[in-house]
Write a protein that binds this ligand. Structure first.
Ligand SMILES: Nc1ncnc2c1ncn2[C@@H]1O[C@H](COP(=O)(O)OP(=O)(O)OP(=O)(O)O)[C@@H](O)[C@H]1O
Length: 227
């Protein structure tokens, strides 16, 4: 049995006083690739935010990469996020510095000091996403797909146990989406667990995998033909 990386029991998620999702019971094990789908406003982002500590868990119980979401303190959040690689729809690269310096910024902020190790880690993650020759460029000099690959590389820097990707292809054209998806699939094949929120049903058909759906304030697993 592979290790459980995320487990939620009887969880309800609120935005302010509004109930967004309730009675969530699910678990994700090491090595899985899981989609989270649902219409706009169905609660995908709220769900993801709860997992990385942006929305406090106030009802039910939740464990993620060995953190208890219910008792998570403000000071624990940076440490939780080191064990998670988070990828957003809008890339969130720092526009005023090169790709290498974007990655350097994260490594320094997470305690890396050895220059040789830093250089080789940056090279390693950029190679993984096929961007090894572009480290000297600024974000605006890259296409959307390339920026997203860099954002994925950044998420890999600290060897996360789980990657949370919130609409990672949301700003990309269909062909570029497939390329970014292939990068995520490769990373998953190398053993990394990935939870990806998306409303891109074409991707689901092309790369079928376990699928959770947010609908009518519930989250449930669906079989592909019912997506
Ligand atoms: N900061 C907030 N304050 C109050 N309500 C919010 C906030 N963020 C989201 N909501 C509400 O919570 C519900 C779920 O929103 P959420 O962003 O999680 O959905 P989503 O499925 O990710 O949608 P999308 O695909 O458009 O991002 C919506 O009704 C939304 O209006």
């Amino acid at each position: 049995m592979s290790e459980v990386i995320l487990e939620l029991r009887d969880v309800a998620i609120y935005q302010k006083e509004n109930l967004v999702l309730s009675e969530i019971n699910l678990s994700i094990s090491e090595g899985e690739f899981v989609y989270l789908i649902g219409k706009t406003g169905s609660g995908k982002s709220s769900f993801m935010k709860t997992l990385y500590g942006d929305l406090p868990l106030t009802q039910g119980s939740g464990n993620i990469v060995e953190y208890d979401l219910r008792t998570l303190k403000e000071k624990d959040i940076p440490f939780l996020r080191r064990k998670l690689g988070i990828v957003f729809q809008d890339f969130k690269l720092l526009p005023d510095r090169t790709i290498n310096d974007n990655l350097l910024f994260v490594l320094k902020a997470t305690g890396w000091t050895d220059k040789n190790k830093i250089t080789s880690r940056i090279d390693e993650v950029l190679t993984k996403v096929g961007m090894a020759t572009k480290g000297f460029k600024f974000p605006h000099q890259l296409s959307g797909g390339e920026q997203q690959r860099v954002a994925i590389a950044r998420a890999l820097l600290n060897d996360p146990e789980l990657i949370l990707a919130d609409e990672p292809t949301g700003n990309l054209d269909p062909q570029t989406s497939v390329e970014v998806m292939k990068v995520l699939q490769d990373i998953n094949k190398n053993g990394r667990t990935i939870l990806m929120a998306t409303h891109d049903y074409a991707l689901l058909l092309k790369f079928p995998s376990k699928t959770l759906k947010c609908d009518g304030s519930k989250v449930f697993e669906v079989v592909q033909k019912n997506v």
